[in-house]
Design a protein around this ligand. Structure first.
Ligand code: DGJ
Length: 728
């Protein structure tokens, strides 16, 4: 619910358990009052400290600068005296960089407006309200609309900003962040997700010191390295307790997420498009919309934050018709064959897989142009009939005859220097005239800021999809952007390229899922470099990492599931020794770990032993048995092997709390240990639950725990069902 207290000039944005307060100061400034556990009072202006030095400019004009540098603001300006991080910076035609963001009015509407060309959460009018606060910088004619959408049933709100040029001259936006949260420091610790290829989204936590601490990407994608998620937590925050302020960006390109602790022990938390290399020329009459930030506050630790994000994204972000469906169990030939395959090999894999209950064959990289290695043919989106004899239609038909669906891999944003496309359109590659284009994986990036490039590539890919019965597409992106330049942009608009590139990617994904509404789209980026909320708007699942080792995956999936619904994590069983780390793990453990995600296989199934094939059948059964629960249930993190070094555990609890599934893996076995009592979570304390042959109250299982006996051998996993007593 959104309220405006006219007398006190206070906006209160309430969700079920939280309040967010904004106040108009001196009739001019949009000040921040409060974010946290729900408040009952609306008269909370005292939180502005207006009666403390340096007072507000109306009472003490001579210290306006001091006021600006310490007041808590909703959307801080540049160049007028607030020396903390600003949210917006424009450069006028006269070359000056300053703006005064002054309150003009507001509007409260039901529902949530869409954001032009951008992925964003959505809601029915009854589920969400939106506050628009209008501000203006009178000298430039810049109008700023601050958008706050409040999800009443969930403790989440989203923020974005619209900049309009209502002046008579163009100006350049040099920075435009999407959200800012000013608060007094409470000895916050900063949590973020960091990694690398094969080590995506490891949880990182550190004390917040004075100055600016940020995580960022200017790689043209959300990236393997850092992630558009930031949380500030009170000291000692655990899964169940402590306060958490979190921001997650619904965007897949360059970002900055920052916390700045200032001289007066206040903290400014900001998130938005990274200003480095960014400028956007706004002509009179034009507008710019920022991507949105999804903000979650939890007074019940990290677990509650996680479940809020999961519900927000499942109910209000992912649109795919597959969201609430069991996805077909797939087998992907990448780790089975890499580039060395033909239709015969694929059909051998499909035949064996279908006999074991696998439901879809995915043909990965290498089926098009003359691609037999990673050094050619990106952009030549037609089948290599030398490799796939009879073409895609025939292959898809033969796969279908085995009772399976068929899917393909594509990498639309890229072009190989050795390709027909590049020879025909060398100017379609992102490049700086006169400089060598930086190659990565022997490829260039196509200039998706240009409509003709997006449309040209789309037509080729749509033709392929229309040529055969293709149910699934894996959209990959295997390098980051560099040598940034576009032939289509004038000199003073080159700084728009990275964001325009993202808009082009989003436009093509939107077109793809609109024209092929039955298509199951999985995003991917050299593993999990673009696993973000922006991509989830288009695809219900994203490949999590190229590291498929079950033990490495514990940390990767833990970090990913901190924010994103578990059923969106692309997770497969692969062979041992694992291709990335060379580790051997039990086949059963690999299956149990992959069950937390989309579940599938990435191996040459024709080479599995009889025992392993029998295991595949068991895993397929487990998937069918548990996927509804895993996909739709509440996720609880019980233990992290990354923290304790020896065991990992999570639980999924059905929303009705009648059923749950417990996963436990012992990473390294230890000598001479006793059993462990593992305390469960999320159950109904009053209900009785069956665990194996025994029955206990939920309270016993959560307070005293269940007993896990030590086992000999590393990497052994267990799945334990917990069911309300008397439930079939
Ligand atoms: C990177 C992906 O993450 C892999 O799964 C595979 O599709 C390769 N690209 C193919 O080039």
């Amino acid at each position: 619910m959104i309220r405006f207290d006219e007398k006190n000039k206070v906006f209160l944005l309430d969700t079920e358990n939280t309040s967010y307060g904004i106040a108009v100061v001196d009739d001019r400034y949009v000040g921040h009052l409060y974010y946290g556990k729900k408040l009952r009072d609306t008269d909370i202006r005292y939180l502005l400290r207006e009666d403390e030095a340096p007072f507000t400019p109306a009472a003490n004009k001579r210290e306006t600068g001091s006021f600006l540098d310490c007041a808590h603001m909703e959307y801080p300006e540049t160049g007028m005296g607030d020396y903390r991080e600003s949210a917006v910076c424009i450069r006028s035609m006269s070359g000056h960089r300053a703006s005064e963001i002054r309150y003009e009015g507001y509007e409260i509407i039901q529902g949530k407006p869409a954001l032009e060309g951008l992925p964003a959460t959505w809601a029915q009018d009854s589920q969400c309200g939106t506050l628009k606060i209008f501000c203006r910088d009178s000298l430039s004619g810049m109008k700023i609309t601050l958008l706050y959408s409040v999800f009443e049933g969930l403790d989440a709100l989203t923020r974005s900003v619209i900049i309009e040029n209502e002046g008579t001259e163009p100006f350049y936006i040099e920075k435009v962040l999407s959200a800012c949260l000013d608060m007094d420091d409470r000895d916050f610790e900063m949590m973020s997700l960091a990694g690398s290829w094969g080590r995506e989204r490891r949880i990182q936590r550190r004390p917040l010191g004075y100055g600016r601490q940020n995580v960022a990407s200017f790689r043209g994608e959300s990236s393997h390295q850092e992630h558009p998620f930031l949380a500030l937590v009170t000291p000692g925050t655990t899964q169940e307790s402590g306060e958490v302020y979190a921001m997650n960006f619904v965007y897949s390109g360059n970002f900055i997420a920052q916390a700045e602790k200032s001289q007066f022990d206040s903290v400014r938390m900001t998130m938005g498009i990274h200003p480095e290399g960014f400028t956007w020329k706004l002509e009179p009459g034009e507008r710019f919309t920022t991507p949105e930030v999804a903000m979650v506050y939890s007074a019940e630790g990290l677990g509650k934050m996680t479940r809020t994000y999961h519900d927000l994204y499942r109910e209000h972000l992912i649109r795919s018709p597959y969201l609430h469906k069991k996805r077909p169990i797939l087998i992907n030939n990448w780790e089975a064959t890499y580039f060395d395959f033909d239709e015969k090999k694929l059909l051998e894999i499909a035949k064996e897989a279908s006999e074991l209950g696998i439901e879809m064959l995915v043909m990965d990289d290498g089926w098009f142009g003359k691609r037999n290695l990673d050094d050619s043919s990106l952009g030549d989106w037609y089948v290599n009939e030398g490799k796939i004899k009879g073409g895609l239609r025939k292959l898809a038909e033969n796969v279908k005859k085995l009772g399976m669906k068929f899917g393909i891999w594509i990498e639309p944003e890229m072009v190989s220097p050795d390709s027909e496309l590049y020879r025909k359109h060398p100017d379609w590659a992102i490049q700086i005239p006169g400089r060598d284009i930086t190659q990565s994986r022997a490829q260039y990036v196509l200039d998706f800021s240009r409509n003709e490039v997006v449309d040209g590539v789309y037509e080729m890919i749509a033709k392929v999809l229309r040529s055969a019965d293709i149910s699934y597409v894996k959209w990959d992106m295997n390098r980051q952007l560099a040598t940034l330049g576009s032939y289509a942009l004038p000199a003073d608009r080159q700084g728009e390229l990275s964001h325009r590139y993202m808009l082009g990617v989003y436009r093509m994904q939107e077109r793809l899922i609109t024209d092929f509404p039955e298509l199951l789209l999985e995003n991917c980026s050299g593993g999990g470099a673009r696993f973000d909320a922006g991509m989830l708007y288009y695809s219900p699942q994203i490949w999590c990492s190229d590291d498929t080792d079950a033990i490495e995956r514990l940390a990767i999936q833990e970090g990913t599931a901190l924010v994103y619904p578990v059923a969106s994590m692309g997770a497969h069983v692969s062979v041992c020794p694992n291709h990335t780390v060379g580790r051997n793990t039990p086949f059963e453990t690999r299956g149990d770990v992959a069950l937390l995600g989309t579940f599938g296989y990435e191996l040459d199934i024709t080479k599995l032993s009889v025992e392993e094939k029998a295991q595949v059948k068991i895993q397929v059964e487990k998937y069918h048995k548990y996927n509804d629960l895993i996909r739709e249930g509440d996720y609880y993190r019980l233990a992290s092997a990354s923290e304790n070094g020896s065991y990992d555990s999570w639980m999924i609890v059905e929303k009705s709390r009648r059923k749950a599934l417990l996963f436990y893996v012992q990473t390294l076995a230890r000598a001479n240990t006793k059993s462990r009592f593992l305390r469960l979570a999320g159950l109904d304390p009053e209900k009785r639950y069956s665990v194996g042959e025994k029955e206990y109250f939920g309270s016993t299982l959560m307070q005293a725990g269940i007993r896990i006996l030590p086992e000999s051998g590393d990497f052994k996993s267990r799945l334990i069902e917990i069911t309300e007593a008397g439930t079939p």
